[in-house]
Every structure is written in C-alpha cells, then in structure tokens.
Design a protein around this ligand. Structure first.
Ligand code: DGJ
Length: 559
C-alpha cells in the first residue's frame, strides 16, 4: 500500500472522531485561555474551549491567607462548587512599594488544583466596598501623593479620587505585576478563570469628586463615546458639558465615567500581559422605581448600577461585564435585578449573593436565564456570619441549600452552559407571593406552581389552607432547557410543573410521551433511572425538595 493510500484510509477512519471533537469543542481545548462568547444575546464562558458554568462561592474578605484556606475548601466542597472567588489585596502583595509578595497566590493556585477548583481573583485595590481599606499603608496615609475626593463643601471624603494619577499608576503597576505572576504560574493549566477589577466601586454620601481636576473635567464636553451610548433620561442638550446634557443626573453619570475610565486603564494593562476575562461587581441601587431617579444619597454614586451600564460600556471596553451583588432578598427585586444585568452586551453573572437559604432558589432562576456563574458570598467555614445579609449559620447548615442545587447542576454543568448559550433555557424562582408562574417557550408553556402536594389538586383538600410540609418559606425553583421541539430537561425542587401547547400548539391536546428521571453524566450522556407515569404524572410533575432532573417529551394527539 502506498503511503498516500494509508494516509487516506487513516484520515477516513479519523474523520468522524475529528468531527465529534470539533462539535464538542475539544479540538480547541489545548491552550485556549478562558473567554466569554456571545450568540444571539446569550453568553457562555469557555474554559478549555468549551462552555463552563461557574458553580461558585466567594470566601470571606479576610480569608485571603494560607492559614484560612482549609475552611474555605471544606465549605466549597460541601457546596459542590467548582469555582472559588477569592480576594487578593493590594496591601498583601505590595506591602512596601515595589516589593511584591505573591506567595498567597502561589498557595491558592496550588491548593485550588489539589481541590479540583477553578478560581476567580477579586482584586481589592483602590476601592473595596467604595473605600480604601485594602490599600497598602504607604498609599492609604499619603494623601498628597494619593488624594481622596473632595465634597461639595470642600471637605475630604473617605474615598480616593479617580482623578489621582499617581494612585492609578500605582494600582495599575501592582495589578499588572499580579497578572504577570498569574500568567507565569497558570497559563498552562488555567486554574484562574477571570478577574474582578476593584470591588463594589462608587462613593457613599458624595455624588462625585468636586476637587479642581474633577471640576475641570466636569465642565468639559461629554465624550462622544458616552454620548453615543448613554441617553439622557430627561430632555437635555444633545451635546455640551455634563450638566448641559444630563441635568440632574450629571454628577452620578460623571462619577461613573471617571471610575469606569480608571478601571479601564487597569484592566487594559492587565489584559495586555495576560488576557483573562475581567469584570466589575456592583453594590446595587434599588431596581425600582424605573426609570431611575437622580442620585439622592441613596446608593453608591459612580458604581456600575444598572442605569449607567452604558457609561461603563463606553468607558471600559476591557471589562466584559458588570455583575450584581444581590443582597436584596425580595423575589420581585431579584427578578428585576437579573433582568437589568442580562443584556446582549452584558453577560449575566452574579459575583455575590446572600448565603441565606432563601437565596438558593434564585440559582435556578439565574442559570435558567442563562447566567454564566453564580456565587453565594461567605461559602467559608471561618467563624463569621454576615447575618442579616446572609445566613446565621457558619457551618454545613449554611452551605447545604446551595450544595443541593449546585450538586444537581455539577455533573451536567458544561451541557447546561451550552444550552444556555443556545438560548434554550428558562428559569423560575418561587415568588414571595407563592403564586403560580408561566414560562413561555417555543410552542409550549409551562405553568409552575408551589406548595402543592404531589398527588391531587388543591380543590380536593378539605382544608384549603393545608400545604405541603417544608414549604413554610419560599424555596421552590426550576430551570428548564428546551432541548428539542417537544423535549425538555427540567432541573428543580419543590415545584409542580404542567406543560401545555402555546403559539402554534395553542389549544392542541397533548400528553406526556415520556418523563424520565435520571441525570446527565459528565460526558453529557443521559442516564435514566426510572420513568414517571400514572400517579407520578397525573397531577403535573411534582418535583420534591431534593433537586431532581427530568427529561421530558410531550406529544400532540388528534381530536
Ligand atoms: C459586598 C462586598 O463586595 C463583599 O466584599 C462583602 O463585604 C459583602 N458585601 C458583605 O459581606
């Protein structure tokens, strides 16, 4: 046989394998950095070339030392997480100017690999919760070189000004050094997936810097990139200075632009040495009323709140997204927040969320909406509870509600992330009103109700106030993937689901063709455990408190 014929035969044999690898994304696996991709307004984080769902948890603020890590890994494991969000503070990597110490990052990355976790690095630099707490002392107390903001009355604010050129240069230098170090130790294995630049920026109590440099910039024309994206909520000049264009919104908008521009410089320089996805997180303003009113000391001015996302997009193109830190437990607010931060130009990712049990149901909603990651805050057995923002517990009882949900997504996370990218997924969390909700899908609609018994209808009950035990507080949640025209994957807990025809199928008689309970394995293969029929399907699909995965097919029959 000639070598040509051999190679043709080999390539014919290998062709299906190559195609399968390409379809699964494996072909791109070698050496590809994590990156975010978009498709028709939905997103995925690609890790090793394939969509990856971050089942994440953030450690407590002060757990960024080797001695604190064992309690972090233990909690993350119980949470069935695959990603740890961990702060790295400027004060710890550059305690003396120009002398860098990356030993914590070395330990963190090594232990993450040992624990089979990925990492998101949270950069506590110029601003942490708007303040200077994590600055090295040589920055913190030298306010000539590293100035703070000046308020309207000429008083010095607690927070550093985004017009501090030396502060920016020093923060950027430290950040770049950190990114260089991460590249050096991690570019091959890519344990670090992305980096948050600064933490909950903005300023409380002061709308913007009124110092001379800031004031001069405020009186300049609004940059064209901002004008092109951020529309004035009230009619103003088409161009001109900030006040002329944005009226009562001008101070907040200007401050947002100033902080976003500062962050952009840091992110751009960091990505030039190691191009990981980068994002900012956000101390939210109330999502209501809409449209947003001008700043009135009611939130941190200048942060990437939903109403100024366009300013951040214009000023900080090296930031992939702004994510909401959700500490508002009310379901109608959570729904509004998720909607405000999910935009074609802003992948939905929840970098922080309360770790109280009531938040666990929102994981279904966020993943159903197509979030690339969700991280409850304080997934850490350090002896610290941030109640009332989060759970009172600091042990397994805090982690368990999230562990149950993450656990059911864990083996199928890559598959789910792929469906989310393809726009096939929908999410529901039980509302505080406990009312049923409808999900419109392609050709079908799901009615999702709560507090039901598994058998029978509510009208059969003698006592109409009798409810399924364990449903005293809202904790139902459901994520649906429409994987075919008539086929769905349901992941959820404590919900009743009924599906009927909608759109072209409206009014057509339908019934369950097949309702399989089972799981997807890590290779994306469905493993059936049993088929639901009879009592188990007569009153809708009643998912119990233990998260359950169903693969469901419906059929339409003739009248
Ligand atoms: C939001 C901040 O971003 C976190 O670092 C932390 O302080 C939480 N608030 C509160 O626990």
């Amino acid at each position: 046989m000639t070598s040509n014929r051999i190679s043709r035969r080999v390539s014919r044999r290998l062709a299906p394998l190559v195609l399968a690898l390409a379809a699964s994304g494996m072909a791109a696996a070698s050496g590809e950095l994590p990156r975010i991709v978009a498709k028709n307004g939905r997103h995925a984080l690609l890790v090793d070339g394939q969509p990856f769902l971050m089942l994440a948890g953030q450690a407590h603020n002060s757990s960024n030392y080797p001695g604190a890590l064992p309690k972090v890994w233990a909690a993350l494991k119980d949470a069935q997480a695959n990603t740890l969000e961990m702060p790295v503070a400027w004060e710890q990597i550059e305690p003396q100017e120009g002398k860098f110490d990356f030993s914590f990052i070395d330990t963190l990355v090594r232990q993450a690999r040992e624990n089979r976790m990925r990492l998101v690095i949270v950069w506590f630099g110029t601003w942490k919760n708007t303040g200077p707490g994590y600055l090295p002392e040589w920055v913190k107390f030298d306010n000539k070189r590293f100035p703070r903001m000046i308020d309207k009355d000429g008083k010095t604010s607690y927070s550093h000004t985004p017009f501090g050129e030396a502060t920016l240069a020093a923060d950027r230098k430290a950040f770049v050094a950190m990114m260089e170090h991460i590249r050096k130790i991690d570019a091959k294995q890519r344990t670090v997936l992305m980096v948050q630049v600064e933490n909950e920026v903005g300023t409380y109590g002061v709308a913007r810097d009124f110092g001379p440099k800031a004031q001069a910039a405020f009186e300049q024309p609004v940059p064209a990139a901002v004008l092109a994206r951020q529309k004035a909520p009230v009619p103003g000049a088409a161009q001109g200075n900030w006040r002329q264009v944005y009226g009562d919104y001008a101070d907040q908008y200007f401050h947002s632009w100033a902080i976003a521009s500062y962050i952009e410089e840091i992110a751009k320089a960091g990505r030039a040495v190691y191009d990981l996805p980068m994002f900012v997180n956000n101390a939210l303003r109330d999502p209501f009323p809409q449209p947003a009113a001008p700043w009135n000391s009611n939130f941190a001015s200048g942060g990437p709140t939903y109403d100024v996302l366009d300013i951040y997009k214009a000023a900080a193109p090296h930031i992939d997204f702004a994510g909401p830190d959700i500490y508002m437990p009310e379901s109608h607010k959570v729904t509004a927040i998720l909607q405000q931060f999910q935009r074609p130009d802003n992948p939905l990712m929840v970098p922080e969320m309360g770790n109280a049990a009531g938040y666990a149901r929102y994981v279904y909603q966020a993943f159903g909406m197509g979030a690339i990651g969700v991280a409850p805050f304080g997934i850490d057995y350090a002896n610290y509870s941030n109640y009332p923002l989060g759970s009172k517990f600091t042990d397994r009882r805090m982690v368990e509600p999230f562990g149950k949900v993450f656990g059911v997504f864990a083996p199928m996370q890559r598959q789910w992330a792929q469906w989310a990218l393809e726009g096939r997924t929908y999410g529901v969390a039980e509302g505080d009103d406990r009312a049923a909700q409808t999900v419109e899908m392609k050709g079908w609609k799901a009615t999702v109700s709560f507090r039901e018994f598994q058998f029978g209808e509510r009208q059969y009950l003698k006592d109409k106030n009798e409810y399924q035990s364990g449903t005293e507080a809202p904790n139902g949640g459901l994520a649906i993937a429409q994987v075919g025209d008539n086929e769905f994957v349901l992941v959820g807990q404590q919900v009743r689901v009924k599906i009927s025809g909608a759109g072209p199928n409206e009014g057509k008689p339908s019934m369950w063709a097949r309702v399989e309970e089972g799981r997807f394995d890590t290779g994306g293969k469905w493993v059936m455990e049993r088929n639901w029929n009879g009592d188990q399907t007569d009153y809708g699909l009643n998912l119990p408190a233990q998260p359950t995965v169903l693969k469901v097919r419906l059929g339409i029959y003739e009248h």
